[in-house]
Design a protein around this ligand. Structure first.
Ligand SMILES: *[C@@H]1O[C@H](CO)[C@@H](O)[C@H](O)[C@H]1NC(C)=O
Ligand SMILES: *[C@@H]1O[C@H](CO)[C@@H](O)[C@H](O)[C@H]1NC(C)=O
Length: 332
């Protein structure tokens, strides 16, 4: 957790006026001036939700979080789920979402509202919190980096570590089987375009999150998601982890084929406005951003340009130094 540099809370300015008391007019004028001219630092805290195979204590996530906090002047909380890396792989996303929901409700500093910065899989958890978290504090801005919002059509490249071996053997079982769905987080958002009926029937997270279930659309999810102030969708031009990379913008293959990727605006999710994406876009609240770089490889200058402004700040005049791309995360 990182302290914001501007420590004045908005609350500290609300000196309770007592109208019944005869405050001399001059004093009242003075107090009005005080209200007008003290720069109110309305710094909204934000949370960071990391990707899978990653954790808050890893250097990449922690530095990323700290930089954003330093630059925006807003307090940051990297919310860990379970033990980090292991649970990010093997705990079902509904459960992960519930854990974050419980945590944000307990953090008093978030109670007036907060922003979310999501990394890869963390975006689905973040959106789950926006849509499903009953009684949670309001989410204002949602900045998504490489979020698999419309699903992924193939299992992300993993490698040969122990986690990958376990994951691979799970996936080789049936991806929409109850067992895999309950034991491998990424299976909760694998959407095989040529197997939509099995996806809708067996996939335990994304169909619910995207309100895709024909007889089970929940207007509350839409209402909550469309109440965001800004939705910033950052796609990485050389992203080879997300297939297709346009899923970062809610673009996806049409049902039944791998032929071409439809832009969000041509998908049923958008046209029929299942979750309020169209509502948000019509209100000018969705920013589609494309940046150079591979999966999550964002440069400091792009962080400054596309993330920091949404984390609100009183001052951001710090030098940002080297502007090249960084491999921040071990996550995929
Ligand atoms: C953020 O600011 C703090 C306090 O000024 C400093 O100690 C820290 O190194 C900064 N973090 C980064 C990643 O620049
Ligand atoms: C829709 O979701 C809300 C919030 O989680 C829940 O309270 C409500 O019962 C759900 N409605 C239906 C019809 O499932």
């Amino acid at each position: 957790m990182y302290e914001s540099r501007t420590t004045s809370k908005p609350n500290s300015l609300t000196v309770t006026p007592n109208p019944s008391m005869a405050i001399p007019a001059l004093l009242r004028i003075v107090s009005i001036f005080v209200f007008l001219f003290i720069p109110v630092s309305c710094s909204v805290p934000f949370i960071v939700l990391h990707g899978f195979s990653d954790q808050c204590s890893n250097r990449g996530v922690s530095k990323f979080t700290q930089l954003l906090s330093n630059w925006s002047g807003s307090k940051a909380y990297c919310i860990e789920i379970g033990d980090g890396t292991w649970d990010s792989w093997f705990m079902p996303l509904l459960e992960q979402t519930q854990i974050v929901c419980d945590k944000v409700k307990k953090i008093e500093q978030l109670s007036d509202g907060y922003n979310i910065v999501g990394l890869s899989q963390g975006n689905l958890i973040g959106r789950g919190v926006v849509e499903f978290c009953d009684g949670g504090p309001p989410v204002k801005n949602f900045v998504s980096l490489a979020g698999p919002h419309a699903g992924i059509a193939s299992v992300p490249f993993c490698g040969s570590g122990l986690l990958c071996i376990i994951a691979d053997s799970l996936i080789k079982l049936e991806v929409y089987s109850e067992y895999v769905q309950d034991h491998l987080a990424p299976s909760n958002y694998i959407k095989i375009p040529t197997d939509i009926p099995a996806y809708l029937k067996g996939c335990k997270f994304l169909p619910k999150l995207n309100n895709e279930l024909p007889n089970n659309r929940n207007a509350t999810y839409k209402e909550r998601f469309s109440s965001l102030q800004n939705l910033v969708l950052i796609m990485f031009e050389q992203d080879k982890v997300l297939v297709p990379r346009e899923t970062s913008w809610f673009g996806y293959y049409p049902d039944g084929s791998f032929s071409e990727v439809l832009p969000a605006q041509q998908t049923a999710l958008y046209v029929e406005d299942w979750i309020g994406l169209k509502t948000l876009e019509d209100a000018g609240k969705v920013k589609y951003i494309s940046v150079p770089g591979r999966h999550l490889e964002i440069s400091k200058s792009d962080m400054m340009k596309y993330i920091v402004p949404y984390l609100e700040s009183a001052s951001r005049n710090e030098m940002i130094g080297d502007l090249s791309s960084y491999q921040w995360f071990s996550s995929i």
